[in-house]
Design a protein around this ligand. Structure first.
Ligand code: NAD
Ligand code: IPM
Ligand code: MN
Length: 352
């Protein structure tokens, strides 16, 4: 029996609703496997915690998390009470950085039983590899002057190490897929970081002889996501471009509520963090109607990373069986609650 210690941070808003749903599914998956067990340890770190304690997590929070095999997180953010840059940099981004989770893997594919909003989605199946530790998300900058002359300056940081790491991950991933890598660039308008990004891409590409590649400006790439998503296999993107592309990836599948993600410490020196693409969705929080698929599919990505890909695949099959049976939450045009959809996924999982 292999047993894994998982730190659970449901976070804010619908994180509190979809995380328990996904844990139910992962528990049944572990039971079906027979040789796998989870021990879940919950941490109440979120914006309510911040309002009580003045910080998003205790001072030894990162040290505590280091003792776990993996982290399973819902979403963070209660923008009406705590400014987003405080809550996110105090928890989500802090964990990504301190645990060196430099790669964010975010798949998007046409699911059986789901209608894509695209007129001709064909059978797209892509993965965005998002650089997750630097780029446009930097703390360097500030506000200067005041009054009419006031300005904010924000520097982007692209290191050769960080850029190469994301690109190498993309090329390696492509080997087990259709061997095609697209680089999301913007070297026509962003005059330092993006030409550098292109140079590193050329260097990395030269080490992967047969892989088919393309380099496409992010604006055109966003349009191709809508017009021809089936042309993509693996896409490597900077932190911000990858962020934006992956909500779009969710949207072309049918809802951002189903898009999964994994923040990986590929070196396995620290825990990785499994957290869906979507946020805390304050507009629907507390109503019991959040789509749990993003969080459940994210759980499947955790199983894959732990080496239980077969049982992970059964979860995705059960999700598709459920959608094919017409069980859908309101974001997908249906009337099912979070609980009803989770029950249906569990039923289909047990039948597999
Ligand atoms: P969001 O993803 O929370 O919501 C955008 C829209 O998608 C909303 O209409 C929401 O109802 C819908 N939606 C999202 N997930 C859904 C689901 N599972 N089922 C059904 N509908 C779903 O994005 P936002 O509104 O920009 O952000 C809200 C808060 O979440 C902010 O505080 C933001 O900073 C935070 N956020 C956190 C994370 C994270 O912790 N990983 C990610 C994104 C946003
Ligand atoms: C995501 C989110 C975060 C990001 C925010 C909440 C800081 O949008 O995980 O996609 O931009 O990385
Ligand atoms: Mn995002």
């Amino acid at each position: 029996m292999e047993k894994y210690e998982i730190a659970v941070i449901p976070g804010d808003g619908i994180g509190q609703e979809v995380v328990p749903a996904a844990i139910r599914v992962l528990e049944v998956a572990a039971d079906l496997h027979g040789g796998l067990a989870f021990k879940w340890t919950h941490f109440p770190w979120n914006c309510e915690y911040y309002l009580q304690h003045g910080h998003m997590m205790p001072e030894d929070g990162i040290a505590t998390l280091r003792g776990f095999d993996q982290i399973f997180l819902g979403a963070v953010g209660l923008p009406q009470s705590v400014p987003d840059h405080i809550s996110l940099w105090g928890l989500l981004i802090k964990i990504r950085r301190e645990m060196k989770q430099a790669i964010n893997v975010r798949p998007a594919k046409l699911l059986r039983g789901l209608q894509s909003p695209l007129r001709e989605p064909n059978d797209f199946d892509l993965i965005v590899v998002r650089e997750n530790s630097e780029g446009e998300y930097s703390e360097i900058g500030g506000r200067i002057h005041s009054g009419a002359d006031q300005m904010a300056i924000q520097n982007a940081v692209f290191t050769r190490k960080g850029t190469e790491r994301a690109m190498r991950y993309a090329f390696e991933l492509a080997k087990s897929r259709r061997n095609h890598v697209t680089s999301a660039t913007k070297s026509n308008g962003i005059s330092h970081s993006m030409p550098f990004w292109d140079d590193v891409f050329k260097d990395v590409r030269s080490g992967y002889g047969v892989t088919d590649t393309a380099s496409i400006h992010i604006d055109a790439l966003a349009a191709f996501f809508v017009m021809k998503p089936h042309m993509f296999d693996v896409i490597v993107a900077s932190n911000l471009f990858g962020d934006i592309l992956t909500d779009l990836g969710g949207a072309i599948m049918g809802s951002i509520g189903i898009a999964p993600a994994a923040n990986l410490n590929v070196e396995r020196e620290y825990p990785s963090m499994f957290e869906p693409v979507h946020g805390s969705a304050p507009d629907i929080a507390g109503k019991g109607i959040a789509n749990p698929i993003g969080q459940i599919w994210t759980g499947k990505m955790m199983l894959d990373f732990l080496g239980f890909g077969e049982i992970g695949q059964l979860i995705l099959d059960a999700i598709e069986d459920t959608l094919s049976a017409g069980i859908k939450t309101p974001d997908l045009g249906g009337r099912a609650t979070t609980g009803e959809m989770t029950d249906a996924i569990l039923q289909h999982l047990r039948k597999r």
